[in-house]
Ligand binder design. Structure first.
Ligand SMILES: NC(=O)c1ccc[n+]([C@@H]2O[C@H](COP(=O)([O-])OP(=O)(O)OC[C@H]3O[C@@H](n4cnc5c(N)ncnc54)[C@H](OP(=O)(O)O)[C@@H]3O)[C@@H](O)[C@H]2O)c1
Length: 370
């Protein structure tokens, strides 16, 4: 391995391995590793496969064995230097005999940092080389560590003219069956699925991960419903004994007989602050429930509020080849009134692919702290 281009290719190979751990390793960081021998040939790879399991570089170096001597370890996160659930990876790296380590991200966790110094002290050359893909990979972990907030993904299905329902509120089905399967897969990888009362009243969704061989996580369903309008007959309430369900509502609503009925149905009620802001409620619930990732599947009301509080990090949009041509049909986000295009929220398109006939776009919101 010699050229910078080759390092980028190998680092991206490590990143692609790391992505396979989504929903399995959080609150840990997704990590992948590739080992080359002294001649630059790839001899082993590894990834962090489950929370608390062996780290990616350990897995890769163990596979490589003696062949790693004089070689290079490429890893998407700086090797850790502390005793956590596993011993420090720096020890395994030093023992492996590699002469060089290239990592794509300094460990944002103060407890685990110091890997670069420990390796350098042992005579190993350490380089930092992020790629566009590793920046995407590491952003959720950096965000969680920096802000003590989960990574929040907003998902919606829209027509070609950007509408999420007809003027009567009908939205079944804008997206294709294949797109909806992908949404179920995503629900099976997150810790909570949020929606608003408007969506519950219009669509009566279950918001569970269905038709999957094995969901990786069981998401808590959370409904934002200030005045506690959610009917006892709603599917979410009817299934609350089997799937954890929380409703966020005002303090006054907590004291009503309807609140008692909902509690008896197995629903947890949590108080919303009087100003309706969600940041602190989400932060508190995240600490209590150890959430890492939230998927939001709501209409424009809740989306608008979450965007206003800068809580959305990523957007997953399914655009179907349907035109409604009706200005009374709702859009995906409401509550903003920019006068210039430049005043709109500027997003970064990270990926787009097809789930025929839909086009799926993955976008990121820039962290102002970057
Ligand atoms: N195509 C899709 O992907 C998709 C997905 C979901 C829903 N939908 C469609 O979206 C439509 C529903 O849209 P919607 O905007 O009414 O629904 P929504 O976003 O699900 O819920 C909005 C409701 O929640 C309240 N709310 C949100 N955040 C709050 C907060 N922090 N504190 C207190 N209350 C809060 C809103 O109050 P305010 O009005 O006071 O803001 C409003 O009453 C339906 O037609 C549904 O079919 C489409």
């Amino acid at each position: 391995m010699s050229s910078g281009l080759e390092v980028t290719t190998l680092m991206d190979q490590a990143a692609r391995l790391a992505f396979r751990g989504r929903g399995l390793v959080e609150p840990g960081c997704l990590v992948g590793a590739v080992v080359t021998d002294a001649a630059g040939n790839v001899i082993a790879e590894g990834r962090y496969a489950r929370f608390g399991g062996p780290h990616a570089e350990r897995v890769a170096l163990m596979k490589a064995g003696d062949a790693a001597r004089g070689g290079t370890l490429l890893v998407t996160l700086e090797p850790c230097n502390h005793h956590g659930k596993t011993p420090p990876c720096t020890e395994a790296v030093i023992e492996s005999g590699v002469k060089r380590v290239i990592h794509a991200c300094h460990d944002p966790n103060d407890l685990a940092s110091g890997g670069t110094e420990a390796l350098t002290d042992a005579g190993i050359e350490v380089l930092h080389q992020p790629t566009a893909l590793t920046r995407l990979l590491n952003a959720p972990h950096i965000h969680r560590t920096r802000h003590q907030l989960p990574w929040i993904v907003a998902k919606w299905a829209q027509t070609l003219d950007g509408r999420i329902a007809t003027r009567t509120g009908a939205s079944k089905w804008i997206s294709s069956e294949r797109s909806r399967r992908l949404v179920h897969r995503e629900r099976g990888r997150v810790d909570a699925v949020f929606t608003g009362i408007g969506t519950v009243l219009a669509d009566d969704p279950m918001l569970t991960a269905r038709d999957l061989r094995k969901p990786r996580r069981r998401a808590e369903r959370v409904v934002v419903d200030d005045s506690l309008q959610i009917p006892l007959q709603a599917k979410i309430i009817q299934t609350a004994r089997d799937h954890p369900t929380t409703v966020l509502c005002s303090e006054d609503s907590l004291k009503t007989p309807h609140a008692e009925e909902l509690r008896s149905a197995g629903v947890r009620l949590v108080r919303l602050p009087t100003d309706g802001t969600l940041t602190e409620v989400i932060r508190t619930l995240t600490q209590e429930r150890n959430w890492s990732t939230i998927l939001v599947e709501s209409g424009g009301g809740l989306m608008g509020r979450l965007f206003k509080e800068r809580l959305i990090n990523e957007i997953l949009v399914f655009t179907s080849p349907v035109l409604l041509g009706d200005q009374s049909a709702p859009g995906a986000v409401r509550g903003f009134s920019p006068e210039e295009i430049s005043e709109g929220l500027q997003l970064e398109l990270c990926a787009s692919f097809q789930r025929k006939p839909d086009v799926v776009s993955v976008l990121r919101v820039r962290d102002p702290a970057d």
